[in-house]
Design a protein around this ligand. Structure first.
Ligand code: ACO
Length: 423
């Protein structure tokens, strides 16, 4: 069967045949028919805006792979820093490469004192940590004169290293500021995730990070490291396409992630579960959702029309964490909600399954994070994915500055009406 598509413009009878490669045909076909022809595709439901070799996702089959490796295998066998190396470089590191990468990351975790003293300390006492994190990421770039040197590989690698290494430090600093707690410096003897937990929660000299909890944190970081062209990554790419520095682009991506329909959903899930309050209220809540009174947060996904593979892994990991911390009382409500939704026609017909955010909030809460920190916990590992996409875009000769077309639906030309003649 021919792997081509033929498009006929019935207005003119003109037709064009172009190849379909990997399920994709080039939009240049439309320009050949009529340079003014546009595809109306709000929210990019059918548009591949780039080629990418970083993450593969099949939403119908519930498949997620980083650089070809199934997420389940990475979750079981890998570490976050190894996965970060894989996403950025395309291959798993050798022993020596991993040792150098880990050393480099750990030795770039410190931030300039002025970031804390002059920048973070300037926030209002109850500033949302995600707003602080996003602003701090943008501000971080101003500390490095070479931040804008994005076309030299050595410089871009340096900015990438800085952003990945310093994101946990900034995140912990924002949290400690909002709690009125003194800032804890990075500890070079701890790995990435344990160091983050230490900077977050250390109180007193005998504080030790529980290795089970550090492992769970690392697992959550792996699961959130990349997810191809989601809203935040698209923001990263659009800003990168203007050749803005990676700090500014990452701040834009972080802003996109902040929204409750994206990375803010895990926060919304915990609020929702708390409001439901008891498993007895689950049927009424489900009925309300079906009646259009709000959404079942943590359910549904633009691309997964099957169980989100990350949700499965997180659900399992939750029990390891609860063994150390004690069970999160909201778990029973979540389980009941999932059970009720998965056998309800409304959710079945719309292919609405738990997404990554449905259970992650429960683990975060058990680990001791306040809900305001949840999206920040998503942003820390996603920084790696954003930067992998940033570098990929810069290397892609097909790319230019992003500039979508529009379908103008406003009024036609008309003459200016003086103020005293307007009705
Ligand atoms: N609860 C109830 N109904 C839902 C839900 C939900 N969580 N999600 C989708 N629907 C319904 C919609 O009302 C719509 O019904 P209709 O066809 O009768 O109008 C249908 O399912 C399709 O929904 P859309 O909004 O068109 O789906 P879309 O792909 O645009 O949205 C999204 C995906 C934003 C994730 C959506 O499912 C949602 O709002 N979920 C809750 C928020 C959430 O958990 N977000 C996290 C996503 S994962 C992440 O970003 C990391």
């Amino acid at each position: 069967m021919a792997e081509t598509i033929t498009i006929i413009d019935d207005r003119t009878g003109k037709q064009v045949t172009v190849p379909i490669t990997g399920g994709v045909f080039p939009s240049s076909a439309l320009r050949q028919l009529d340079p003014k022809l546009r595809v109306y595709d709000p929210a990019f439901l059918s548009t591949a805006a780039c080629k990418s070799s970083i993450t593969y996702l099949d939403g119908d089959a519930g498949i997620l792979r980083y650089r070809g490796y199934p997420i389940e295998q990475l979750a079981e066998k890998s570490t976050f820093l190894e996965v970060a190396y894989l996403l950025l470089n395309g291959e798993l590191p050798t022993d020596a490469q991993l040792e150098k990468w880990s050393y480099d990351v750990i030795h770039h975790t410190m931030i300039h004192e002025n970031m804390r003293k002059r920048f973070v300390d300037g926030f209002h006492y109850d500033a949302h940590p995600m707003g602080m994190f996003t602003s701090a990421i943008a501000a971080l770039g101003t500390f490095y004169p070479d931040a804008k040197d994005i076309h030299t590989k050595e410089s871009l690698d340096k900015q990438t290293l800085r952003l990945i290494a310093k994101s946990p430090t900034i995140a912990a600093m924002c949290y400690r500021f909002s709690m009125g707690l003194p800032f804890v410096s990075p500890n070079n003897s701890l790995d990435y995730s344990a160091n983050f937990l230490n900077m977050m929660f250390r109180i007193g000299d005998d504080h030790r990070v529980n290795p089970v909890l550090a492992k769970a944190m690392d697992l959550l970081f792996i699961l959130h490291a990349d997810h191809e062209q989601n809203c935040g990554t698209t923001a990263m790419r659009v800003v990168a396409s203007s050749n803005a520095d990676p700090y500014s682009a990452a701040a834009a991506a972080s802003s996109a992630l902040y929204g409750p329909l994206h990375g803010g959903a895990n926060e919304a899930v915990v609020h929702m579960l708390s409001e439901i309050g008891s498993i007895d209220n689950v049927p009424t809540f489900i009925a309300d959702v079906k009646a259009g009174k709000g959404r079942l947060m943590g359910f549904g996904h633009r691309v997964y029309k099957n169980y989100d593979p990350r949700a499965k892994i997180i659900k399992k990991a939750a029990y390891d964490v609860f063994e150390v911390t004690g069970k999160n009382p909201l778990l029973d409500i979540a389980l009941k909600l999932e059970e009720a939704a998965l056998k309800d026609d409304y959710f079945v017909q719309r292919k609405l399954y738990p997404n990554v955010d449905f259970y992650s909030g429960l683990i975060y809460q058990a680990l001791g994070f306040p809900v305001e920190m949840f999206t920040v916990l998503f942003a820390i590992p996603r920084m790696t994915g954003w930067l992998a996409h940033y570098a990929e875009l810069l290397r892609d000769d097909d790319q230019k500055i992003s500039r979508p077309m529009q379908w103008y639906t406003g009024v036609d030309a008309r003459d200016y009406v003086p103020l005293n003649k307007r009705k």
